[in-house]
Design a protein around this ligand. Structure first.
Ligand SMILES: NC(=O)c1ccc[n+]([C@@H]2O[C@H](COP(=O)([O-])OP(=O)(O)OC[C@H]3O[C@@H](n4cnc5c(N)ncnc54)[C@H](O)[C@@H]3O)[C@@H](O)[C@H]2O)c1
Length: 368
């Protein structure tokens, strides 16, 4: 384990002691070396990689997933509960079975932006209402530490494209609005109840775990690198660059691509330092950007893919799609200071990892 576990800060430790009669004993002995962590959505892309990083650091992930999108293959050999995050009875059972769960990483969500536009009810029900049930039940069960998966898609466009955690927000899809809503819900719960939260705003995860056991599982990945993989594999005639008149250095959209393994390691830090992070900011909740701090345009990404593969990917250009944003990259000072974390992998590493996984995933998933 990286730097030992000390989930108990003096400040929150005292508060825990006072609060135990209301929410149950949830203090972790300072001498405990590994912790049990409930990972909702742990059968998904980021969840399965995060579970791997937790295991490597000496912790034990307990997965809760309904498998509405995550594949069963991703929970093999793990403690796994098949069910919905809003199933209070099941959560009670999980905590009864694992009374040493110290923290929850809440990743379970519906995640397809375009689908959220056509199915808003389903997205608000699953990402908002069900998360509310989960948080309330966690508090009742005396498990108030929550690490929440949020998204860079909550940010408004800003000049210069670098966003800080307090930059303005303007979520542009129902999906992004569910993320922003849950951030606000968590902040309100943290202010009023025992819930404590570390909200992680991921930028654009790419790649797979180092052993190539977990990666993107969507059959038709909708994000940029997924589309590039399909074009490079010849399953698309060409990669479509949508929008070449954005106010960026080459006119194409800009993103901050962060290796999913780096993201996973940030979660390990968030769990291990949970109480210290909140004590350091003096608040019951905090938001942290998780990106590389570097913006990469679509053309730059296409070039990198060509370099990694040793041959160019066929490209065609089209106008912007309605609703697409120019993009942003993360200011990562806060994550560096509070988690002691920075992304280590290069863009080339992430791209190479994504292509290695694409070549391997049929073995794991049974489909290309
Ligand atoms: N992948 C990205 O680009 C990205 C970017 C920013 C934030 N995020 C956030 O990260 C988290 C994980 O995303 P991902 O890309 O791994 O998606 P994913 O679809 O691979 O994983 C989500 C998992 O949640 C499960 N799930 C969904 N609803 C559930 C419910 N009600 N009960 C139990 N399980 C449920 C699914 O079966 C799936 O295994 C999500 O919260 C997402 O919003 C993802």
């Amino acid at each position: 384990m990286s730097d030992g576990i000390n989930l108990l800060s003096a400040k929150w430790g005292k508060r825990c002691l006072i609060a135990t009669d209301r929410v149950g004993p949830w203090i972790l002995s300072a001498s405990v070396r590994g912790v049990k962590v409930l990972v909702t959505g742990g059968a998904g892309y980021i969840g399965s990689v995060t579970a791997t990083a937790l295991e490597q650091a000496g912790h034990v992930p307990v997965i809760l997933d309904s498998l509405i999108s995550g594949p069963e293959a991703f929970v093999a050999n793990r403690i796994f509960y098949h069910g919905d995050i809003a199933n209070r009875q099941l959560l009670g059972q999980i905590v009864a079975d694992h009374p040493d769960i110290e923290c929850t990483i809440h990743m379970a969500a519906r995640v397809v932006v375009t689908e959220s536009v056509t199915m808003p009810y389903v997205y608000y029900r699953d990402n908002v209402t069900k998360s509310l049930e989960l948080f309330d039940q966690l508090a009742r069960l005396g498990r108030p530490r929550v690490v929440f998966s949020s998204s860079a898609s909550v940010y408004a466009e800003v000049e210069g494209f670098e966003v800080y955690e307090d930059s303005p927000t303007d979520p542009r899809s129902p999906y992004a609005r569910t993320k922003r809503m849950m951030e606000m819900v968590l902040q309100d719960l943290a202010a009023a109840t025992d819930i404590r939260c570390v909200i992680l705003r991921y930028f654009n995860p790419i790649g797979a775990d180092p052993e190539l056991r977990y990666g993107i599982h969507a059959r038709e990945p909708s994000h940029v690198l997924g589309q590039l993989v399909l074009a490079a594999q010849g399953r698309r005639e060409a990669f479509l660059v949508t929008g070449t008149d954005y106010p960026t250095r080459d006119g194409t959209g800009l993103r901050d691509y962060v290796h999913v393994w780096d993201l996973a390691l940030a979660h390990v830090r968030a769990v291990e330092r949970f109480d210290q992070v909140l004590a350091a900011v003096g608040e019951p909740s905090v938001i942290l950007n998780l990106g590389t701090g570097r913006g990469v345009t679509v053309r730059e990404l296409v070039d990198m893919v060509g370099r990694v593969l040793g041959q160019p990917v066929p490209v065609t250009e089209a106008p912007r799609r309605p609703g697409d944003a120019t993009g942003a990259y993360a200011n990562v000072d806060r994550a560096r200071q509070l988690l002691g974390w920075t992304a280590q992998s290069s863009l080339a590493d992430g791209v190479a990892s994504a292509f290695s996984w694409a070549a391997k995933r049929r073995e794991v998933l049974g489909y290309e």
